[in-house]
Design a protein around this ligand. Structure first.
Ligand SMILES: Nc1ncnc2c1ncn2[C@@H]1O[C@H](COP(=O)(O)OP(=O)(O)OP(=O)(O)O)[C@@H](O)[C@H]1O
Ligand SMILES: [Mg+2]
Length: 358
């Protein structure tokens, strides 16, 4: 395992039945490594295989071949399950309960107790040491049912409020609901919740037990712009606390803002993995020169693409190597240079291109 890899996926393949004979290859030789305390964005178009991989990581789907290690252990390990928070693509909750009641239910499922003891920070370093800080709790459901439930969010987890030392379960529930912006709807029945509010509740339940690893399937779906920026802030905060976040999305600007690393998947195959800055840097497309002056025929011949308003023009230079020559010509022709900026492709254009090319 790579040093500090919280998720390590090697040679993963997954097929679904298609008709009587055929099988559809939903994941093809997927290799990924997610490090501790990073936000990792898993990007791809609809049907690319994002949810399939997430469910495989969580042990909700059985893969055909390859291996998945979380904290250097198998997903079946109860300590591993205790350390994961999961927000499913479409969280389902009992509509006749209130947010507070549903959170209370999850807290009880996770055997959280009303205790308050001093905090013990997990030591940095080997990811397995993160697990050792949690006492092993007996699984709530017997016979392999102690795991994650599809649709209903998150695995049974340990009573992590003893680790955080933040005391009373009711207070923790209120804190999580406030964090996701549901302060005024804590005691509202979920049938009156909007899609965005249910998404916020899904995030709150994923956080209830202070997990070290958060796996979020399209966390920002259904949220308005304010909700999205609130979620991004929450994710930044969690990363600062040393949590690792793996989330899927097809909203690339969100990922560009949030992620340390991204992987792009298309038709079950990973077509790119890298840091956002690396990817964006490789996508420099030219230079924009902003200058003040009067356009004449000589200057018009220098650059094909010029946008002017009032006295100010932007010269869009495709070949960065020609920048110096163009700058000196502009100065010779009486232009005052205001600024020179490299033009970078956004991650969005870059990824759209990659997806089309592949
Ligand atoms: N249970 C299933 N049985 C058969 N095929 C499936 C099943 N679940 C998913 N698939 C197929 O596997 C492929 C990947 O689906 P998946 O749900 O993982 O995509 P996704 O990237 O999460 O898409 P979206 O962005 O729409 O959520 C799709 O072609 C889908 O039709
Ligand atoms: Mg999906």
């Amino acid at each position: 395992m790579n040093e500090q890899a919280i998720i390590q996926i090697t040679g993963l393949n997954k097929t679904y039945p298609r008709g009587f004979i055929h099988r559809y290859e939903a994941l093809k030789d997927v290799n990924l490594s997610v490090k501790k305390a990073e936000i990792f964005g898993f990007l791809g178009p609809n049907g690319a295989g994002k949810t399939t991989l997430i469910k495989s990581i969580l042990g909700l789907l059985k893969h055909d071949s390859g291996s998945i290690k979380l904290f250097d252990k198998d997903i079946d390990d109860s300590d591993v399950k205790n350390n994961i928070g999961y927000l499913p693509e479409t969280p389902n909750f009992y509509s006749y309960l209130t947010a507070f009641e549903i959170m209370k239910l999850y807290a009880r499922l996770y055997t959280m107790k009303d205790v308050s003891t001093p905090a013990t920070r997990p030591p940095d370093g080997d990811p397995t040491t993160l697990l050792k800080t949690n006492p092993p709790y007996p699984p709530l459901l017997k016979g392999g049912e102690g795991g994650l439930k599809e649709g209903i969010a998150s695995p049974p987890k340990a009573a992590r409020n003893d680790r955080g030392g933040r005391g009373n379960v009711d207070d923790i529930i209120k804190e999580k609901l406030e964090l996701v912006g549901l302060k005024d709807a804590i005691h509202t029945r979920l049938r009156a919740y909007s899609k965005g509010m249910l998404q916020r509740l899904g995030m709150a339940q994923a956080l209830i037990n202070d997990p070290q690893l958060l796996i979020l399937d399209e966390p920002m779906s259904g949220l308005d712009p304010i909700g999205r920026s609130e979620f991004k802030e929450i994710m930044h905060k969690l990363r600062k606390q040393g949590k690792t976040i793996f989330f899927s999305s097809h909203i690339i600007p969100d990922a560009e803002e949030l992620c340390d690393h991204v992987a792009v998947i298309r038709s079950g195959k990973i077509i790119k993995v890298g840091s956002v800055s690396e990817l964006v840097d490789t996508g420099t497309t030219g230079v924009d020169i902003t200058a003040k002056g009067k356009l004449n025929d000589r200057v018009k011949q220098l650059v094909k693409n010029i946008t002017c308003s009032n006295e100010q023009c932007i010269f869009h230079v495709n070949d960065p190597e020609k920048t110096n020559a163009i700058l000196s010509e502009l100065i010779k022709n009486g232009f005052n240079i205001v600024k020179v900026e490299p033009v970078r492709q956004t991650l969005e254009t870059l990824i759209s291109k990659m997806i089309k090319e592949n």
